[in-house]
Ligand binder design. Structure first.
Ligand code: NAD
Length: 486
C-alpha cells in the first residue's frame, strides 16, 4: 500500500535525483521507502546508478570554481537562508522524518532544530576562514599560510539522523567553498531530497549540491571515490563500512572524515546525583529510541547504587509509550527495519542466556511495524556479547563495578571510542576519569553531548576527524603554504 506523503507530512518531496540543478529519474529504476511503523510503502524515489553518481561528480566539479570564488559573505547568506527556511518548515520536516525513520515527533522536532543549527553555525563560520603570516626564523623569508576549499566532496550519511547528518556535512562544505554529492541512506532518502530542494530555494547555485539516492551504495560510492575529481569523502555510518571505504580511499589518496560506530559507557559512581543520572540515562539511552551512535550502550553502575539505579530506570522505561512516530503520544517509535529489530532481539536473548536478569521488556510486541519494547537488563556479566557491539535499540544493560579502576578498564575495553558518560558529584574525579576515558567526547554529568558549536567525533575505531564547531570547517579546507621573498 502506498501513502499520500504530502498529506501525511505537509511537505512536497521531490523523488528524483538532483544533478547539476536538474531533477532527473536516473538510470537505476525506483527505490521504495518504507514506513517502519506500518511496513507500508511511503513513496518511491529514483534509484541512482554508477553513471548517475559520476554525472553528479561532473556537475559538482563544474560548479566548483564559481562557488569557491563566490565571496564568503554570499555563501554565508545562502546558508543563513537555508537555516531560516528550515526553521520555518520545522513541523513538516519533523513529520517527514517521523514517517520515514520511525522516530517520535518529539525526537524529530529536536533533530530539525539541531540540523538547522548547522546551517546557521556554518553561515557564521564561512566568514572566519583565516590564514597567517610569519617570518621564517632562519632564512628571513615570509611564511604565508592560506586555506583553500578541498574540492568536490562526496557525503555519505546514515538513516538514524536523516537531516542532521546531512546538514552537519553540507554546512561546513558549502561554507568552505566546496561543492558536494550527497548519498543518503537507502532507508531515509526523502529528508535528504527535501533538504536539497530547500537549498535550491535558499539560492545555492546549480551543481553545488547534488543528491543521488541508491539501493546499491557499494558500487555507486566506489565509482565516485575512484574518480580523481573527487577530493574528499565524509562518511557517517558503521565502523565496518568505514573500514572498507578507507581501503578504497587509498587508491586515490582521498581525504577522509569518518564518523563511525560507538559503544558508549555510562558510568555512575556511588556519589552520583541519582536523579540527574536517571535523567541523563533517559536521554543518553532513549533519544532516537536508542538508534544513535552516541547512545549509552553499557551502564556501569557502582555496586552500592546499582539496585536503586536499575529499579528507577526500569520504572521510567516502563512508563514510555511505544507507538508510531507520527502519533503525538508516542515516546518510542519502531526500529528502522526488520534487520535492526532481529539484531536487537538476538543481543537481548543472548545476554538472558548468560545469566543476566531481564527486569523490563525483552520482547518485540505482537503488532505490525518494527517495534521492540524498552528493555532493562540487570546483572549483566562484564564480558557479555551485548557489551561488545552497538545495540542500536531501546535496551539498557547494567553491569556492576566496585572501584574507579575497574570502571575505567571495563569502559575502555572496546575498539570503539566515540563518547562516554560519567556521573559523580566529585568534580576532581569526574575530570580525572574524563581524561582517562579513551573516547573523543565525554558527557560529565550530562546525557547529551551533541552541539553544532562543539567538535563531535571519535578516537580508536569510532572515526577520524571532527564535525561541528570550527574543527568541522577545517575538514573541508586544505592548507596552502607560500614561501615568499618580498
Ligand atoms: P551503514 O554503515 O550501513 O550505512 C551508512 C551509509 O553508508 C548509508 O548511506 C549506506 O547506504 C552507505 N553504505 C553502506 N554500505 C556501503 C558501501 N559498501 N560503500 C559505500 N557506502 C555504503 O550504517 P547505518 O546502518 O546507516 O547507520 C548506523 C551506523 O552509523 C551505526 O554504526 C552508527 O553508530 C553510525 N553513526 C555514527 C555517527 C557518528 O557521528 N559517529 C552518527 C550516526 C550514526
Amino acid at each position: 500500500m502506498s501513502t499520500d506523503l504530502a498529506s501525511l507530512t505537509g511537505i512536497d518531496v521531490p523523488t528524483g535525483l538532483l544533478i547539476g540543478g536538474e531533477w532527473t529519474n536516473g538510470g537505476g529504476g525506483q527505490l521504495p521507502v518504507t514506513d517502519p511503523a506500518t511496513e507500508d510503502t511511503l513513496a518511491e524515489v529514483a534509484d541512482g546508478s554508477e553513471q548517475d553518481g559520476l554525472a553528479a561528480v561532473g556537475a559538482a566539479y563544474d560548479a566548483l570554481p564559481n562557488w569557491a570564488a563566490t565571496p564568503a559573505r554570499q555563501r554565508a547568506e545562502c546558508l543563513r537562508r537555508a537555516f531560516d527556511l528550515m526553521t520555518s518548515r520545522a513541523e513538516p520536516f519533523a513529520r517527514l522524518m517521523a514517517a520515514e525513520n520511525g522516530k517520535s515527533l518529539r525526537d524529530a522536532r529536536a533533530e530539525v532544530t539541531y540540523a538547522a543549527e548547522f546551517f546557521r553555525w556554518y553561515s557564521e563560520e564561512a566568514v572566519r576562514i583565516d590564514g597567517n603570516l610569519t617570518t621564517a626564523p632562519v632564512a628571513g623569508n615570509k611564511i604565508l599560510v592560506t586555506r583553500q576549499p578541498i574540492g568536490v566532496s562526496v557525503l555519505v550519511t546514515p538513516w538514524n539522523f536523516p537531516a542532521a547528518m546531512a546538514t552537519r556535512k553540507i554546512g561546513p562544505a558549502l561554507a568552505a567553498g566546496c561543492s558536494v554529492v550527497l548519498k543518503p541512506a537507502e532507508d531515509t532518502p526523502l529528508t535528504a531530497l527535501a533538504l536539497a530542494a530547500l537549498l535550491e530555494e535558499a539560492g545555492v547555485p546549480a551543481g553545488v549540491v547534488n543528491v543521488v539516492s541508491t539501493s546499491r551504495p557499494g558500487p555507486v560510492v566506489a565509482a565516485m571515490m575512484a574518480d580523481p575529481r573527487v577530493r574528499k569523502l565524509s562518511f557517517t555510518g558503521s565502523t565496518e563500512v568505514g573500514r572498507q571505504l578507507l581501503r578504497q580511499a587509498a587508491d586515490t589518496v582521498l581525504s577522509c572524515s569518518m564518523e563511525l560506530g560507538g559503544n558508549a559507557p555510562f558510568i555512575v559512581f556511588e556519589d552520583a546525583d541519582l536523579d540527574a543520572a536517571i535523567e541523563g540515562a533517559m536521554i543518553a539511552k532513549m533519544r532516537n529510541g536508542g538508534e544513535a551512535c552516541t547512545a549509552a550502550n553499557r551502564f556501569y553502575v557502582h555496586e552500592a547504587v546499582a539496585a536503586e539505579f536499575t529499579a528507577r530506570l526500569a520504572d521510567r522505561f516502563g512508563r514510555l509509550t511505544l507507538g508510531p512516530g507520527l502519533d503525538e503520544s508516542t515516546d518510542v517509535g519502531p526500529l528502522v527495519n526488520e534487520a535492526t529489530r532481529t539484531k536487537v532481539a538476538g543481543l537481548v536473548d543472548g545476554v538472558a542466556g548468560d545469566g543476566a536478569k531481564v527486569v523490563l521488556g525483552g520482547q518485540a510486541p505482537d503488532r505490525r511495524g518494527y517495534f521492540y519494547q524498552p528493555t532493562v537488563i540487570d546483572q549483566v556479566p562484564a564480558t557479555a556479547a551485548i557489551t561488545g557491539q552497538e545495540i542500536f535499540g531501546p535496551v539498557a544493560p547494567v553491569i556492576r563495578f566496585s572501584d574507579e579502576q575497574q570502571a575505567l578498564s571495563y569502559a575502555n575495553n572496546t575498539e570503539y571510542g566515540l563518547v562516554s558518560y560519567v556521573y559523580t558529584r566529585d568534580l576532581a574525579r569526574g575530570l580525572r576519569v574524563s581524561e582517562a576515558l579513551e573516547t573523543g567526547m565525554v558527557g560529565l554529568n550530562r546525557g547529551l553531548v551533541s552541539d553544532p558549536a562543539a567538535p563531535f567525533g571519535g578516537v580508536k575505531q569510532s572515526g577520524l576527524g571532527r564535525e561541528g564547531g570550527h574543527d568541522g570547517l577545517l575538514e573541508y579546507l586544505e592548507t596552502k603554504y607560500i614561501a615568499a621573498d618580498w
